[in-house]
Write a protein that binds this ligand. Structure first.
Ligand code: BES
Ligand code: MN
Ligand code: ZN
Length: 490
């Protein structure tokens, strides 16, 4: 996508579509008024007949301008109430504009409201990248994807330097998010642990990251027995992935981001019913988000060292599969009693988190599609965050707010801890049904020692079974923007 500063009057600019802003309760005003005049009141008629009132992220399309203005179509997008309008509304406007126009339009122009203030263009452009996304690799026929290629912006305050800085940032973040969506959408026969590791390698090559990958022998030799146990039932080789972003100057801090990379979760011997097994290709969404963040860092250049760690394997049944009643010794020496083989995410994460502690990370954040219980508690669109350090959890919540991703804190609960106490080992991998997202987090807590740690359970928002207003069907890329914001804020 190319972004340019428009020099012409909005009425004259020759594009496939002109996008104009509407504010809640303001009717036909501002840019809308001039264009409506040129169009002989057509916009007003449309807006009234659609009962459109400038609500955030809503839009109406005038399909033809009959040559009365330069643009062939006009899309009116709501930015909500003018007083509180900010980045969130602009990102949504970008998404909605791209969704409505990506098939029909190559060049589009935006009214001046969309680029008036610093930060607006970044949010709008981010939205355009996100809204242009389609996954149709496996569909035959003409699926050319988005046609959007040229975006014209103009307002008094906008100059080339600001445009380049803001759209550059948006491109990096948008493309990283879209990569994550691709990785999650790929079928499990293709997106195996091996493929995930190959993807990590090419991201490392491209961005000059350090990359270490452990296969089955190295995983065995190092004593990552959590991963070994979960992978045992599968014919696919496991991978442990370690990427490192090293800043040019001496780092001010070292952090680790850790992802659950189960490329298919059948439940193992405690097998899932067919209906719950479908979509379980998405059980590597935490790992994919880690890769998305690592891809963006060399461009964003924060002054922090970032370790990206991924524990990846399949969770399958078979003669060698790990079993309920098994006892496993994790990487940090703690023993785990297996109650349910479907609680596999926490078992592989036990190794990855202990490894992060060994790297002397000052803060650890993990992302995992860990529990159905988190979806029961918070619904499909909000991730849960839990941790042992209120300050770190606070940073994640703040970053999520800025990034426009919904994350809500759940409490760790000392009384619930009894639920995962084992009679035969240090801890067991599943408790009762109640508070399942919390007991999963408290299981993980055993592997981070004293290190400040936050766990993001993105089982709900990582994947959308239906297309949402602001998200595509399938992988959503959830987590990338929050973690980037968190790292840039360190
Ligand atoms: N990958 C699932 C969690 C999940 C469920 C993600 C639905 C996305 C959508 C996880 O491995 C799992 O199976 N968790 C079990 C844990 C239970 C056996 C203690 C669950 O939530 O049912
Ligand atoms: Mn499972
Ligand atoms: Zn799982």
């Amino acid at each position: 996508m190319k972004f340019i500063i428009g020099k012409e009057d909005e009425r004259k600019v020759k594009t496939d579509a002109l996008v104009l802003a509407a504010f809640k309760g303001e009717g036909i005003s501002g840019d809308l008024k001039d264009i409506d005049k040129s169009l002989g009141g057509e916009l007003k008629t449309l807006i009234e007949s659609e009962k459109f009132d400038g609500e955030t992220g809503k839009a109406v399309l005038l399909g033809s301008t009959f040559g009365r203005i330069g643009a062939r179509r006009v899309l009116v997008v709501g930015l909500g109430e003018k007083r509180v309008m900010g980045s969130a509304a602009l990102r949504k406007a970008g998404i909605v504009s791209a969704k409505k126009l990506r098939k029909s339009s190559g060049a589009i122009a935006f009214g001046s409201e969309f680029s008036k203030k610093p930060g607006y263009v970044r949010a709008l452009a981010e939205g355009l990248y996100l809204g242009s996304y389609e996954f149709n690799k496996y569909k035959s026929g003409d699926n050319g994807g988005s046609r959007l290629s040229e975006v014209i912006l103009s307002s008094d305050g906008l100059n080339e330097k600001r445009l380049a800085a803001e759209t550059g940032l948006a491109k990096t973040i948008g493309e990283s998010t879209n990569l994550v969506r691709d990785l999650v959408n790929e079928p499990p026969v293709y997106m195996t642990p091996t493929k995930l590791a190959e993807t990590a390698e090419s991201i490392a090559d491209e961005g000059g990251l350090k990359c270490e990958i452990f296969g089955p022998d190295e995983i065995e030799r190092r004593g990552m027995r959590g991963i070994q146990a979960v992978t045992a039932g599968s014919d696919q080789e496991p991978r442990f992935i370690h990427l490192t972003y090293e800043p040019a100057k001496r780092p001010s801090k070292t952090v680790a981001i850790v992802g659950k990379g189960i490329t298919f979760d059948s439940g193992g011997l405690c097998i899932k019913p067919a209906d719950s097994m479908r979509t379980m290709k998405m059980d590597m969404a935490g790992a994919a988000a880690v890769l998305g963040v690592m891809k963006a860092l060399p461009v964003l250049k924060p002054r922090v060292r970032v370790h990206g760690l991924i524990a990846s394997c399949e969770n399958m049944t078979g003669p060698k599969a790990y079993k309920p009643d098994d006892v496993i010794k994790a990487y940090n020496g703690k023993t785990i009693e297996v109650i349910n083989t479907d609680a596999e995410g926490r078992v592989v994460l036990s190794d990855a988190l202990s490894y992060a502690v060994e790297l002397k990370a000052a803060e650890i954040v993990d992302m995992a599609t860990l529990t159905g219980a988190c979806i029961v508690g918070l619904g499909l669109y909000t991730a849960g965050v839990m941790g042992n350090d209120p300050r770190l959890v606070g940073k994640i919540l703040k970053a999520a707010g800025e990034a426009g991703e919904k994350i809500w804190e759940l409490p760790l609960d000392d009384e619930l801890r009894a639920d995962i106490k084992s009679d035969v080992a240090d801890i067991k991998n599943a408790g009762s049904r109640w508070g399942g997202a919390i007991t999963a987090a408290m299981f993980l807590e055993n592997f981070v020692g004293e290190t400040p740690w936050a766990h993001i359970d993105l089982a709900g928002p990582a994947y959308a079974e239906r297309e949402g207003e602001f998200s595509p069907k399938g992988g959503t890329g959830f987590g990338v923007r929050t973690i980037i914001d968190y790292i840039l804020g360190l």
